[in-house]
Design a protein around this ligand. Structure first.
Ligand SMILES: [Zn+2]
Length: 97
């Protein structure tokens, strides 16, 4: 194979280019894995209803399904934010009649 930087021919299994020393990408490198996990509708709903559940889902699936986990966390935070806003509104109404 050839060095992507200087174009010099290097051994196929070379870790670095013998000419310029830049790191070579190994052919047998595992291809980048894309996280194709999808958040499930039921879990999203629960996360939106109960903030702590969304965070729990995020915690439990962040290793295996980072994509889905992010969605749960987002939903949990959104519902948390909404709940906080509602309580502030309520408090405001109660304190300033
Ligand atoms: Zn090179």
């Amino acid at each position: 194979m050839f060095c992507p930087k200087c174009g010099e021919k290097v051994r196929d299994n070379a870790a670095v280019c013998s000419s310029c020393g830049c790191a070579m990408r190994q052919k047998n490198d595992a291809p980048p894995t894309y996280d194709t996990s999808r958040a499930s509708g039921g879990k999203i709903f629960l996360s939106l209803m109960i903030p702590i559940v969304g965070i729990a889902f995020w915690f439990s699936s962040r290793e295996k399904e980072p994509n889905a986990a992010k969605t749960y966390l987002m939903c949990g935070l959104i519902s948390w934010g909404l709940a906080a806003m509602e309580s502030f509104l309520l408090l405001g109404i109660l304190l300033n009649p």
